[in-house]
Ligand binder design. Structure first.
Ligand code: T1G
Length: 708
């Protein structure tokens, strides 16, 4: 799009209005800044014009630099020719009129203006750290001068989007308009008000920097507070250094220091991984083989069958996003227990201060406990969340098929079982799909939307379930109907390999340390204890029943036989003190592992951290390729989104397939092929992986042979 098309200019008598029009979010793509500056020059040269408005067309102000341009942007112009400098040096005052989002370079452009007004629903922020960089157009220098160093530090290091009213409180915005106000008209009035008056440049507001001199320890305090979550990362620390520079250097020297710190990050693996994750999370919403014209149905009411831990969490997800939900249980006692758990979870959030009491009451009031199927018949969607056994699930669908209104969406929260088989008794062709939430369902962002065969899941049901996920704040990702679907199936080899490593010479704490150092919040054995070893044992029994060649895990089975189910029994792979979730190494388990591995005729040996890491993750990379080969996922990046949001894969590594690409598809294939020779069938390489290795095609670009 030419400059002229990207940015328009209008005059309203004595006010010039510069309109950025680069859908969908007015990113600062090539030509946008030049367009703004060209029209600003026109306004400054026009004797009639006394002030200027900068505004975005469509649904938003400017949402930042064009992220697709990173790594291929032209060299930066000298300081005096940069957009943020030239905008601020305008002879006539400029007011930024903000709606939707003013993020990154967008907020930086707004802070280069002399005034900022916004509609109440607007959000502002400098989220660059979320894509592994830092604000690169003087955002780290102007925000501390506008909101004070402490507030700037919090906003820039967290990258959070700040609502307009809160931003006004920090001094970032000069005015927040009334609900429903006409932003452009109000901005023109505001511009007329400031015309002819002296106006300040934010770069000259040094008073607020005094806060840092009064409290010099704030920077180290921030470093300390992020140490755990920002380990292995550089961007958050460079953000702190840049704000520190703002408080110790004159403005333009601070701008140069900001750029040095930015340049260290722009093309680093951390930034590339986070950019990949950003676009992968947007790509997963797209269904490539969707027939034209298929639209999602409206879902305004919901019903959840089963008030257990998952059922309660799913009901909260609906209530949290304003959708009234009925919770059905077979007995009053089970219903009361489920509703009490929901209430408790909400009260914990209120006590933690992450939820206001009145908002808690509004949400809880949207949840209605019921005992009869007739009470849910008019819901737009019903989600079955009963025990993970086919013979338990099918009668529920039989009932739903008889009771629910025509066109109701019938979903199952199964995490692995054949969705065609589950839905068959409902005799509602096309209206059924899997909606696999992750625990805790009201917290985890991932929703695995399982597409059955065409008689089970119609295109309309698929897009409706995907849209429903987004409506309740989830990242919806499509999975084909296969045992364990995409998420758990790709994870299953990892879960086996971690136990097989114990047979070969490792110990749980050693493996957990490797994965924590890699960036996981918890090690896989500690996660096992949290989720319950009896649950994973049930999954293994189901897989063995389905496939007699399934590789059993005697050590894991032995723990369950001993009643060591994990945290809930005070002992699992680790032992736990009463009321404490800290895992403690248990010598009894160490002895059991060494004894059983000897009984299995294994010679225990030393393992490097790197071999442990690769044995675990390569096993899943191989399975992920088999999933794509079988057409059970639309794209490799969808699998990465699942690992980021379902299994806590460290975001700054991009995802499972993106990380493996960092090692190189050939090396990954060669290693797996050699383990196939060494360890047998479970390491049989995927044919797709071999093809990718032969052609040198990155894993993240792996294309499935067919679609789910
Ligand atoms: N660049 C390029 N494309 C972008 C984009 C961006 N900044 N933001 C969004 N898109 C695309 C996105 O890929 C999707 O495309 C469509 O817009 C809708 O997005 C110098 C260096 C604004 C809160 O980090 O957080 O400025 O999939 O689905 O849910 O200091 O997009 O439809 O083809 O996300 O309503 C800083 C990133 C950049 C903001 C809207 N800015 N964007 O959310 O829509 S770095 C950001 C967002 C920077 C300066 C530095 C969100 C949103 P498609 P969407 P949404």
């Amino acid at each position: 799009m030419s400059e002229a098309q990207l940015v328009r200019y209008e005059t309203h008598n004595d006010v010039g209005v510069i309109i950025v029009d680069n859908p969908p979010v007015n990113a600062l793509s090539p030509g946008v800044d030049d367009g703004i500056l060209a029209h600003l020059a026109t306004a400054n040269a026009d004797p009639v014009i006394t002030s200027v408005v900068l505004i975005g067309a469509g649904r938003s102000f400017i949402a930042g630099a064009d992220i697709r341009q990173f790594g291929k942007r032209p060299p930066r112009p000298p300081a005096e020719q940069r957009a943020h400098v030239l905008i601020e040096q305008s002879k006539k005052p400029i007011v930024a009129a903000i709606h939707g989002f003013a993020l990154g370079g967008g907020l930086e452009r707004a802070m280069s203006c002399h005034y900022r007004i916004a509609v109440p629903s607007a959000k502002v922020g400098l989220p660059e750290v979320l894509i592994g960089i830092l604000p690169g157009s003087a955002g780290t220098q102007r925000l501390p001068r506008l909101a004070g160093p402490k507030c700037a530090l919090e906003m820039i290091v967290s990258g959070r989007h700040v609502p307009a009213v809160e931003a006004k409180g920090y001094g970032i915005l000069d005015e927040v308009l009334a609900e429903g106000a006409d932003l452009k008209a109000e901005a023109i009035v505001y511009a007329r008000k400031i015309a002819g008056k002296a106006f300040r440049k934010v770069s000259e507001n040094n008073e607020k920097l005094q806060e840092a001199r009064d409290e010099p320890g704030m920077f180290d305090a921030m470093r300390k507070s992020i140490a755990r979550r920002a380990r292995n990362q550089k961007a958050p620390y460079n953000c702190i250094l840049a704000v520190e520079a703002a408080c110790n250097l004159p403005f333009m020297q601070g701008v140069e220091r900001e750029h040095e710190l930015f340049a260290e990050l722009e093309n680093a693996d951390e930034a590339k991984s986070l950019r990949y994750a950003f676009f992968a999370e947007r790509e997963c919403a797209k269904i490539p083989d969707l027939p034209a014209g298929v639209k999602p149905r409206d879902i305004n009411t919901a019903a959840v069958i089963g008030a257990g831990t998952m059922g309660g969490g799913i009901a909260m997800s609906f209530a949290d996003y304003g959708i009234p939900v009925k919770v059905l249980e077979v007995s009053q006692e089970a219903l009361d227990r489920g509703i009490a758990r929901i209430k408790h979870n909400y009260q914990v959030s209120v006590q933690r201060g992450s939820l206001a009491q009145d908002e808690m009451e509004r949400r809880f009031a949207r949840i209605t406990p019921v005992l009869n199927y007739e009470d849910i018949a008019d819901a737009d969607v019903a989600i079955e969340v009963v025990f993970e056994e086919l013979p338990v699930k099918q009668p529920v669908f039989d009932k739903l098929g008889k009771i629910m209104k025509p066109g109701a969406l019938l979903l199952s929260n199964t995490s692995a079982i054949d969705i065609d088989a589950i839905g068959e008794p409902a005799h509602r062709p096309g209206d059924i799909a899997g909606a696999h939430f992750f625990s805790p369902a009201n917290v985890m962002k991932l929703l695995e939307v399982v597409k059955g065969d065409n008689t089970t899941t119609s295109a309309e049901t698929l897009v409706t379930t995907m849209a429903l996920g987004r409506k309740i704040g989830k990242l919806s990702v499509v999975a084909g109907n296969t045992d364990g679907f995409v998420a758990n199936r790709s994870r299953a080899p990892f879960n086996s390999e971690m136990v097989i490593l114990l047979e070969d010479g490792c110990l749980p704490a050693q493996v957990d340390k490797v994965m924590i150092d890699f960036g996981y919040p918890m090690g896989p054995f500690a996660v096992g204890d949290l989720a319950g070893l009896d649950i994973s044992a049930a999954g293994r029994r189901r897989r063995l029943a389905a496939n007699p060649n399934y590789r059993t895990l005697p050590i894991a089975d032995k723990l369950v036989e001993m009643g060591r189910f994990g945290q809930k029994t005070g002992a699992g792979w680790y032992r736990y003190e009463k009321g404490d979730r800290t895992p403690h190494v248990d010598p009894e388990v160490t002895t059991l592992i060494e004894t059983m591995s000897a009984e299995m005729g294994k010679t225990r040996r030393e393992f490097t951290d790197d071999e442990i890491l690769r044995r675990l993750l390569f096993s899943s990379v191989n399975e992920a390729c088999k999933i794509l080969e079988e057409g059970k996922a639309y794209r490799a990046s969808d699998i990465d989104v699942m690992w980021l949001h379902g299994f806590g894969f460290p975001r700054y590594r991009g995802g499972l397939m993106f990380w493996a690409d960092g090692i190189g598809v050939r090396d990954v294939y060669n290693q797996i092929a050699s383990w196939h020779q060494q360890y047998g069938e479970r390491w049989a390489p995927s044919a797709l992986l071999r093809e990718l290795a032969e052609s040198g095609t990155p894993l993240r670009e792996a294309k499935p042979k067919s679609y789910p």
